[in-house]
Design a protein around this ligand. Structure first.
Ligand SMILES: Cc1cc2nc3c(=O)[nH]c(=O)nc-3n(C[C@H](O)[C@H](O)[C@H](O)COP(=O)(O)OP(=O)(O)OC[C@H]3O[C@@H](n4cnc5c(N)ncnc54)[C@H](O)[C@@H]3O)c2cc1C
Length: 413
């Protein structure tokens, strides 16, 4: 099977790279073994949230002082300034409405009741301008009886710092009785499906209005709109005071919806998405990747002019560490990381952990290296790249979005 481009990995990087290529008429395939980090999505995409533990106000400015080895520096500040405008537009075309500015972080309330700086927030969630205040003084935190994935006490505790008077109320509804009998069924996605079907929606909105009498704001877990995007917005319209949704324990309802919409956009543009297929190895010839072999396609090789490796970091097994070695498991690419396993970890858990900076080694044009040589038609993008501790600095989605769009531009040149 022949394509113009094949992308290994169907997470945020693979999908956005694929959409950009398909929008320009490329015949593109994505092979993805399974779930991606989007299933754990908090509702916000970070660009650069912290430097040395301090909140960053203007990420575009702060990026300039990052080390030369950082993926943002390798994309280049001028390119970044352009791509931060393009990224939300691309998401918008997929039906995903994100708001925020690259030159001014806003804040979102985390499930721990703490304000966190971020770049783009999906329209289900509430954006705040300050990290040291909550706009309301009297809040009710509502939860579904038996739903254990929303930790109301943490939210209540966190909000004390902002001098908010809170009350927690649990409530039951007959529509949730069937899933409530089994705690493993009482998950955010199953609750969302009940609302998607339309059954419980009006009664629920009425209940929220009753339970929130005497309060200024309602806090609820983000369990609205798995397949039907408008549910969260309709709820906000029906409740007669502000509604603040907070992420629950994954699976993330807005995350799965985002994955579904990105995949839909890619396929509507003519892209081919092989879900549940694993790229097992590649065939190289004269410093080029000629074809890849997958679990489901067996002897049928998938060939392309250019390939993109967007297989994620340790979490998605894009990079693997055993006691003995650190390696890239699909194509045997070079790793940007220490070969001495003694150096992978800092004994102080909260320190900047060295292994979090590891990833596939590339040249300045994001060509992946194998045995010290760049592979001419193989690019790496997203969290498979090394050079940043995305968790510590709050840059995960930014690196994924901007490197994947940059790589797509290299391919389209
Ligand atoms: C649990 C978690 C939650 C996060 N939440 C946020 C957040 O809320 N906001 C934020 O800004 N950042 C977040 N991040 C940072 C995250 O890295 C990025 O946001 C981004 O989603 C990563 O996208 P990616 O496409 O590079 O990798 P991934 O999302 O990891 O996707 C890689 C894909 O490659 C596939 N794959 C791997 N090997 C193969 C193979 N051999 N063959 C075929 N497919 C393969 C995997 O199945 C997976 O689908 C989170 C990270 C993690 C780990």
């Amino acid at each position: 099977m022949k394509f113009d481009n094949i992308i290994i990995g169907g997470g945020l990087s693979g999908l956005t790279c694929g959409i950009k290529l398909a929008e320009q008429g490329k015949k593109c395939a994505i092979v993805s073994s399974g779930q991606s980090a989007i299933h754990f999505f908090s509702g916000s995409f970070d660009l650069l949230g912290k430097i040395d533990g301090q909140d960053v106000k203007n990420p575009l400015e702060a990026i300039k002082i990052l080390p030369d080895t950082h993926p943002y520096q390798r994309v280049g500040i001028e390119n970044i300034s352009r791509l931060v405008v393009e990224a939300p537009r691309l998401l918008d075309r997929a039906g995903l409405n994100f708001f925020g500015k690259a030159d001014e972080n806003h804040f979102v309330l985390t499930p721990m009741g703490i304000m966190k700086p971020t770049w783009l927030t999906i329209d289900d969630f509430t954006r705040f301008e300050q990290n040291d205040a909550f706009p309301w003084k009297k809040a009710v935190i509502l939860n579904f009886s038996g739903f254990l994935d929303f930790h109301t006490l943490f939210v209540q505790d966190g909000l004390k710092k902002y001098n908010v008077d809170t009350q927690i109320k649990n409530f039951a509804m007959k529509e949730f009785e069937a899933i409530r009998r089994n705690p493993s069924e009482m998950r955010s996605t199953n609750i969302a499906k009940v609302f998607d079907s339309g059954d419980a929606f009006d009664e629920f909105a009425q209940k929220v209005n009753q339970l929130s009498e005497g309060f200024e704001v309602v806090l609820l877990p983000a369990v609205f709109g798995l397949f039907t995007k408008s549910v969260a917005l309709n709820l906000k319209a029906k409740v007669n005071k502000p509604v603040v949704l907070l992420p629950a324990i994954p699976p993330s309802v807005p995350g799965i919806r985002s994955q579904i919409l990105l995949r839909k956009r890619f396929e509507e543009l003519g892209g081919t998405y092989f879900l549940g297929d694993i790229v097992e190895q590649g065939t190289f010839k004269n410093n080029r990747l000629v074809a890849v072999q997958t679990n489901n396609h067996g002897d049928i090789k998938l060939e392309a002019e250019q390939f993109v490796l967007a297989s994620g970091s340790f979490y998605s097994k894009g990079i693997v560490a055993t006691r003995e070695k650190l390696y890239e498991p699909i194509l045997g690419l070079d790793i940007d990381g220490d070969t001495d396993s003694e150096k992978w970890l800092d004994e102080k858990f909260f320190n900047d952990q060295p292994y979090m900076h590891y990833g596939v080694k590339t040249d300045s044009g994001f060509h992946a290296l194998k045995n010290g040589k760049p592979i001419e038609n193989l690019f790496a993008a997203g969290s498979v790249l090394g050079g940043a501790n995305a968790l510590k600095e709050g840059s995960g989605a930014g690196i994924s979005l901007l490197t994947s769009l940059h790589v797509a531009e290299q391919i389209l040149k």
